[in-house]
Design a protein around this ligand. Structure first.
Ligand code: ADP
Ligand code: MG
Length: 697
């Protein structure tokens, strides 16, 4: 039984217009181990076609090709991949080394595809490279070698799995005559080592050195000559090597049977991808930068969103006394002037029945919870808050003329609303029994927010305490002008640009009644027993459609509502920009596949399975996603840091909160879109035809 046997082999190429071109016509020939065969013939006579059939790169033929007595046609795809990996070694005219891999990695690529240990790979590569005289060039890249050296690397690559057959398609075609001889010498040694070497050549000289010359013409064998002068080099040495080989082979066979066939590991795929990505690092970095822009904007918008919400709600919280719950009526939300978030600008007084109903509602709600607290009507403070320009106004006249007048934006009427922390000067109580020394009359007391006092010209808050000012309030067309003594100044935090004045409700009520009017409270102030009860009631008010909480709570809620609308808009924008990023990755990877067509052909000729090719490209898209994610996170931290510094310098606070999961989301999304974008290019790469890929320039 011969090593390689072809019987009545025909190969037709299908042409576009449904006609066929017969490239091989009834080829019957057989070769044995130890032969160095030269295939000669004019260009286009079918030499490469023949090599591709023997090498298992092209299965579209009729007839029989038997290797060691087994028909290639009986091989399943897996077995054919394995056949290329273990039985065949390919050497090409244009070397076909993978440019971004080192010499060592090029030589051991077939071992990498079988997941052989690094130490073993190195050992075997060194041994083989020594045979071709390149043992000291392991770390170099192919571009750093001469043509002859490159071809020797390619031969080493073909030999690494100790194949039985070496197929060389014009291995010396691109070399000068001196290097040609060196390569031939190596080929001869390989044949003398007991392997079958089939070599396509144009050169008479080359052909003469071989042991057998087969001549093709128009797809037929027209001549098959044995070279009687062919001599094996040093017979003794060869037999020794043959013995060695034999031992190796039997060892291999023993080892392989019980072992499960291993394939390209994820780690090796990563390493291959990293090498390739490094080879075009500028392109990859720019792409990662492009993708990261959408991630950066997403992270920053999320950070701003939660930063602002946190800021607003924390100031709203610190602004109000934790033991006071403010209850106001919710106005008709269909009215654009008073409804929705305009609610807090609109005084909406409670009737007596409504006050009873509100207390009942709150207590009913508390009854459904574990909380023991109940609202007692006698303990409820009434208040009047938030003036509008339509029916109410207030001002402070602090000088001699109308010019020295300050308009008041908010009018609160319950001092207990503030906590001690908010008191800047004076005290929080107004007892309204102060007797004016000038007139001998009892006058009221008033508290102001710091802005009013500043506007009046005081830089020291303490100085304003005890000063008497004229306060003017217009309540539903009832004018009240009254001298009052300043007893306290409060800090209203984030709303400190607002002018807030407050007078005791009962006192204001008596002043209105004196003028024949009537006042009803627009807010109920409930003093609770604990922060928990306050939170519980505020939570109820937030969701209630009858009542709302304090102005600060309403503003915080309004803000949260705006943020959630904003979040939807953000999600849409982020979605679109991620989609654009995904298309960009897809285009780049798709181009990368066509750039690397030849490399894919080489990998397939070495025995890479479809899955291995897919794995290499998918890990690459994964790594691109990872890189983009990291770039995005780093840049958003840098930009976020700059914003924080700027905001702190300009506003005294920075409304940015970075949650760890924003980064996790960004990284996850970026990997997800990259891998998704890589699916199509990866499967296209896996499906490439090896013969066509190898012919690709
Ligand atoms: P060579 O002996 O120069 O290596 P080839 O084996 O490459 O010749 O080609 C043999 C013939 O088959 C040529 O005429 C070539 O044009 C034709 N041929 C090769 N590949 C294809 C193909 N994919 N489709 C159609 N014709 C092909
Ligand atoms: Mg050819």
């Amino acid at each position: 039984m011969k090593e390689l046997e072809l019987k009545n082999v025909y190969k037709d190429y299908k042409l576009e217009n449904k006609t066929k071109f017969r490239a091989l016509n009834d080829i019957s020939v057989s070769f044995d181990k130890g032969e160095l065969v030269s295939i000669i013939g004019e260009s286009g006579c079918g030499k490469s076609t023949l090599m591709n059939l023997i090498g298992g790169l092209d299965s579209d033929y009729t007839g029989e090709i038997k290797i060691g007595g087994i028909d290639l046609k009986s091989f399943k795809e897996k077995e054919l991949d394995d056949y290329r990996k273990k039985k065949i070694g390919f050497v090409f005219q244009s070397f076909n080394l993978i440019p971004h891999l080192s010499i060592l990695d090029n030589v051991t690529i077939a071992l990498t595809l079988s997941d052989v240990k690094e130490s073993e790979k190195l050992e075997r590569a060194k041994e083989i490279l020594k045979k071709v005289g390149l043992e000291n060039q392991l770390k170099k890249k192919p571009t750093q070698l001469s043509g002859g050296q490159k071809q020797r690397v390619a031969i080493a690559r073909a030999l690494i799995n100790n194949p039985d057959i070496i197929l060389a398609d014009e291995p010396t075609g691109a070399l000068d005559s001196a290097t040609t001889l060196q390569i031939l010498d190596i080929m001869k040694k390989i044949a003398d080592d007991g392997k079958l070497v089939v070599m396509v050549t144009h050169s008479e000289k080359v052909a003469k050195i071989s042991s057998r010359i087969v001549e093709l013409s128009d797809g037929r064998i027209i001549n098959d000559k044995i070279n009687k002068k062919y001599e094996k080099d040093v017979i003794e040495q060869n037999t020794e090597i043959n013995k060695e080989n034999h031992v190796e082979l039997t060892n291999n066979n023993k080892k392989e049977k019980p072992k499960k066939e291993k394939h390209l590991s994820l780690f090796s795929a990563m390493r291959l991808s990293l090498h390739n990505m490094w080879a075009s690092k500028t392109k990859n970095f720019l792409m990662a930068l492009g993708v990261s822009i959408s991630l950066i904007s997403m992270i920053l918008m999320l950070a701003f969103g939660s930063g602002l919400t946190n800021y607003i709600s924390s100031t709203a919280e610190s602004y109000s006394n934790p033991y006071i719950v403010t209850v106001s009526k919710k106005s008709n939300s269909d009215d654009p002037m008073t409804g929705g978030f305009m609610n807090f600008l609109t005084p909406n007084p409670f009737t007596d029945e409504e006050i009873d109903q509100a207390i009942l509602d709150l207590n009913n709600y508390l009854g459904t919870t574990d909380n023991q607290f109940r609202v007692d009507k006698n303990e409820v403070d009434y208040g009047f808050s938030a003036l509008t320009g339509f029916t109410q106004s207030a001002s402070v006249i602090y000088g001699d003329t109308e010019k020295d007048k300050t308009g008041i934006f908010y009018l609160y009427t319950t001092p207990s609303y503030y906590g001690e922390e908010q008191l800047l000067a004076g005290n929080l109580s107004t007892d309204n029994t102060y007797t004016d020394t000038e007139t001998g009359k009892t006058i009221g007391e008033v508290m102001f927010s710091s802005k009013i006092v500043y506007d009046m010209g005081y830089s020291d808050m303490e100085e304003a305490i005890g000063k008497v000012v004229t306060v003017s309030v217009n309540y539903n067309k009832i004018e009240i002008t009254q001298k009052m003594k300043i007893t306290g100044i409060v800090n209203v935090n984030s709303f400190d640009q607002m002018l807030v004045m407050y007078i005791d409700y009962n006192y204001l009520s008596s002043l209105v009644e004196e003028k024949g009017g009537e006042i009803s409270p627009s807010s109920l102030f409930i003093t609770t027993d604990s922060q928990e009860t306050t939170d519980l009631l505020n939570a109820y008010l937030t969701t209630s459609d009858k009542y709302t909480g304090s102005i600060e709570n309403q503003m915080a809620n309004m803000f949260t509502e705006m943020m959630s609308t904003f979040s939807i808009a953000l999600a849409i924008i982020a979605g679109i920009s991620l989609f654009v990023a995904m298309i960009m990755i897809l285009v780049v990877l798709y181009m990368s596949v066509s750039e690397r067509t030849k490399e894919i052909g080489v990998l397939k000729s070495i025995g890479a399975r479809k899955r291995d090719i897919k794995k290499i490209f998918t890990t690459e898209s994964f790594l691109i996603g990872l890189l983009s994610g990291i770039v995005g996170i780093v840049f958003s931290l840098i930009i976020g840091g700059i914003f924080t510094i700027l905001f702190n310098a300009l506003l005294g606070f920075a409304p940015l909160t970075f949650n760890w999961y924003y980064f996790a989301i960004a990284l996850g999304l970026s990997i997800l879109i990259s891998v998704l974008a890589g699916l199509y290019p990866a499967s296209k790469a896996a499906k490439l035809d090896p013969v066509e890929s190898l012919r690709h320039e």
